[in-house]
Design a protein around this ligand. Structure first.
Ligand code: IVH
Length: 672
């Protein structure tokens, strides 16, 4: 053997040892050598690599802090969307969750759940290709995240290479990146010394650290990770249970939470919740609740998903935290429909590391009912991400001088009159769309993802555009020019161009989206869809009478009146005309009997190459098809993308026609 071969062998051996010790330390929490001994191994590897740079490989444990600082993060489209979880707060909520599941699965006996601590950090997807870490992305909006590969590689607990020698071709594994309580305190102490930014809580600190453009900074931050799921896998058959899948992840060297337990039924879940609640303060990291997941993967697949969350899992949150403080002032905020919301400005208080200085008072009725005054000492509740609210007044500590809270006579933003309809709790600004607050809110709604989906037209930008009087209605969006946008603060040539492209793209939409985007009171996504299906054209809807409107499922007298009122309003008609003239358009909705796929039922499974499941569903529905969640004898077609679930097996068994990615495209092209 040449000496070169010899060195190569030594290097490989050292890497193996280091990886194995890392695994014992982080995953098994059972190290067999001291830190000093570990450092020695690491140093030896570094020295050898230094004198033989040609032998350095990307997966070497010395290569965690690579690349130069980035200019911006690239976008990553998730192969399978990263969903979030439904929240539950009470035992009753959990009973209801379990009942829904048993009903859907038609199971009498207890369901088996995998119970996990819910970490308060940020979700991440890490891709391993043939066992090597190839990409890491944040959750983003669930569909598209940011490429933070270089930063994630600096987290010691994340293996650059999976353990063993049998790896899936591709593994998308999901977990939570977080910062321990100690790590967070230490980081803030250092920041304070250096006069740098102090983070409000460990979660913000973790998010801020992961979103550094310079990986060398991230490398200094004490980030940690627990893995809790698989987004997708190719070239490997997953075990039949979630808990077994977690064990498999652990064998691959991916750290999972040792407090995870499998429990039977609601009783088991609630016992777990109690136990974690007691342990919570002793844990080295923050948790804001626990998560229950149906353990059987086949059952998970049967249950499927509602828009943003799985039906088979729920987050059981710990009770909101309450503190007392005083109300210094009350201001009124104006929403999209002109509704005034009283907001208490509080003497700032800390709740588990977060500074709370505002709380909602909901409406005047609530203020009266709770007898709240300016100057009062109040109990404030913070529940997760929800806006804090004032629960009640501490009457024993009421100061001598308190001030009554009165509804303003004029809108604090546009000075129009305020009206309060008999019997309604809400007071509203009558300024309608001349009120800049209402303008802003309605434009934000119009541009939002589930409406016209104009990416880049976020809250801050809308505020700026309205404040500078560049736009005052949703129709004005389509008049914006490159020059106007470039002149704005924080807007470069490139981002102005991108925004204009997004605006242009939004012109091609669907009637349900358009109706939802208009922001008619009480017309949500579901009602917008119903209206579109029923009336087929905007013209038909616009000229519908109250009776016509009430013929639509879900539309009662109140909603019908809101819709009719909206289209009677001259201003709204002008805006709609202007939008159409600007080029906003949608494909015609064919009447049910003419719809080419009327009466056909589809089931979607796996990931499609060029479209999300939502999109596929939207397009099929437009052609008159029904899209169901599970395969049965009534299913006509199963569309199977990559990594299809058990639905594909079911389809084969029932001899249902299966369309792959390509077939599906051809199919759509034929009918659209
Ligand atoms: S499962 C489809 N498990 O909570 C299932 N999430 O509110 C999606 N989280 O975005 C997530 N601990 O960032 C899951 N043990 C756990 C979790 C967990 C924390 C976070 C995660 C997710 C959010 C949803």
């Amino acid at each position: 053997m040449t000496s070169k071969d010899n060195v190569k062998k030594q290097i490989e051996r050292l890497r193996e040892q280091i990886n194995e010790h890392n695994y014992r330390y982080y995953v098994l929490d059972n190290p067999i050598i001291s830190d000093a001994e570990f450092d020695e191994l690491f140093e030896r590897l570094k020295q050898l690599e230094k004198s033989h740079p040609d032998l350095i490989t990307a997966d070497s444990p010395t290569q965690r802090v690579g690349g130069a600082p980035l200019k911006a993060f690239a976008e990553v489209k998730h192969a399978v969307p990263m969903r979030s979880l439904e929240n539950a707060f009470t035992d009753e909520d959990i009973h209801a969750f379990d009942k829904r599941i048993r009903e859907r699965l038609q199971q009498e006996g207890a369901i088996e759940y995998c119970c996990e601590p819910k970490l308060d950090g940020l979700a991440i997807n890490i891709r391993y290709e043939k066992g090597l870490l190839s990409q890491a992305a944040t959750r983003g909006d669930g569909e598209t995240g940011e490429d933070v590969t270089e930063n994630v590689k600096t987290i010691q607990m994340v293996p650059l290479k999976l353990r063993g020698d049998k790896f899936p071709r591709i593994l998308d594994v999901r977990g939570e990146v977080y910062m321990s309580k100690k790590g967070f305190e230490k980081l803030n102490a250092q920041a304070e010394e250096k006069g740098l930014k102090i983070f409000a809580n460990p979660r913000n600190a973790a998010a801020g650290s992961l979103r550094q453009l310079d990986p060398r900074i991230t490398a200094t931050r004490p980030l940690e990770i627990f893995f809790y799921g698989v987004g997708g896998v190719e070239g490997h058959k997953l075990p039949a249970k979630h808990s077994e899948m977690l064990k498999w992840l652990e064998e691959l060297g991916l750290r999972t939470n040792p407090l995870i337990e499998v429990k039977q039924g609601v009783a088991g879940c609630l016992a777990y919740y109690q136990k974690m609640g007691k342990q919570r303060d002793k844990l080295s990291y923050e948790i804001d609740g626990v998560v229950y997941k149906v353990n059987e993967i086949a059952q998970q697949e049967k249950l499927g998903y509602v828009t943003r969350a799985p039906r088979w899992a729920v987050a059981h949150k710990f009770p909101a935290e309450e503190v007392t403080t005083s109300i210094e002032e009350v201001e009124f905020q104006v929403g999209r429909t002109g509704a005034l919301t009283p907001v208490a400005r509080l003497k700032p208080v800390h709740v588990r590391g977060v500074t709370v200085s505002n709380a909602t008072l909901h409406n005047m009725d609530e203020i009266r009912r709770k007898d709240i005054h300016i100057g009062d000492i109040v109990i404030v509740r913070r529940a997760g991400d929800v806006i804090p609210e004032v629960v009640g007044v501490v009457k024993d500590r009421r100061p001598k001088h308190i001030k009554k809270i009165t509804l303003p006579k004029h809108c604090p933003v546009c000075h129009s009159g305020i009206e309060q309809v008999e019997g309604e709790a809400v007071a509203r600004c009558t300024g309608g769309l001349i009120c800049p607050a209402q303008q802003k809110e309605s434009i934000k709604h119009f541009a939002s993802r589930r409406a016209m989906n104009i990416e880049g037209l976020g809250d801050k930008l809308v505020d700026q555009l309205v404040n500078t009087k560049l736009i005052s209605s949703v129709a004005d969006i389509y008049d914006l020019t490159q020059e106007q946008l470039e002149d704005l603060e924080r807007m470069g040539k490139k981002s102005a161009q991108n925004l204009l492209e997004e605006i242009e793209k939004s012109k091609t939409t669907t009637l349900p989206r358009f109706l939802y985007a208009l922001g008619i009171r009480e017309v949500g996504e579901a009602t917008a869809k119903q209206l579109a299906m029923h009336f087929k054209t905007l013209e038909a809807l616009q000229s519908a009478s109250i009776d016509d409107l009430q013929a639509v499922a879900d539309v009662g007298p109140v909603v019908a009146e809101h819709i009719a009122h909206f289209f009677r309003e001259k201003h709204n008609r002008t805006v709609i005309d202007k939008l159409i003239r600007a080029g906003v358009h949608w494909p015609a909705i064919r009447s049910a009997s003419h719809a080419p796929l009327a009466g056909k039922t589809f089931v979607l499974t796996g990931t499609l190459r060029d479209m999300t499941r939502d999109e596929a569903k939207e397009r099929l529905e437009r052609l008159g098809a029904k899209v169901a969640g599970s395969v049965s004898k009534k299913t006509d077609y199963v569309v199977a993308g990559t990594d299809p679930g058990s639905k594909l097996d079911a389809a084969k068994k029932l001899e249902i026609e299966i369309l792959d990615d390509k077939d599906f495209h051809v199919f759509l092209q034929k009918y659209e």
